[in-house]
Design a protein around this ligand. Structure first.
Ligand SMILES: [Zn+2]
Length: 145
């Protein structure tokens, strides 16, 4: 077993291994393979294989310096996209929280628009016909809540 590990370590010594660029191509290959299952497209399948072969070839490449530079260029070029993607889960969570808060509000408040300026307004539910003064344009109207 130790011999096997030693041989593996020796084999990977001086090789690129898995870096960000390689990982991206592995993910790309997986996504494309998934798309192949849906679309049954030969082109998508070939692209998936191409990505997979490229990511494996990168892993075993002995030209570490060149691979390192490629990875550095890749990281620099995708810095903007990656920072946007990293805040995406946060944005999705904020969106859901907002929707949930609005839903909870709808149980207690009646939400409607001002007839003259379309400003979103709210009033406690179950009060019957009330006189509403718009907070934006100060127009007065009757609303059943
Ligand atoms: Zn108004």
């Amino acid at each position: 077993m130790n011999d096997f590990r030693y041989r593996m370590a020796k084999f990977f010594n001086g090789r690129t291994g898995v870096d960000a660029l390689g990982r991206t191509f592995t993910w790309l290959a997986l996504i494309l393979m998934f798309l192949t299952m849906i679309t049954h497209s030969n082109i998508v399948y070939l692209l998936a294989m191409g990505c997979l072969i490229y990511s494996i070839w990168r892993m075993f490449s002995k030209n570490y310096q060149k691979r390192y530079n490629e990875n550095a260029i890749f990281l620099a070029k995708t810095a903007g996209i990656r920072s946007k993607l990293s805040v995406l889960p946060f944005k999705i969570r904020t969106f859901f929280n907002k929707t949930k808060a609005e839903y909870n509000q709808r149980k207690v408040y009646s939400i409607f628009k001002c007839p003259s300026c379309k400003q979103k307004l709210r009033a406690p539910k179950g009060r019957g016909r009330i006189q509403v003064t718009c907070s934006k344009c100060h127009s007065v109207f009757i609303k059943k809540v």
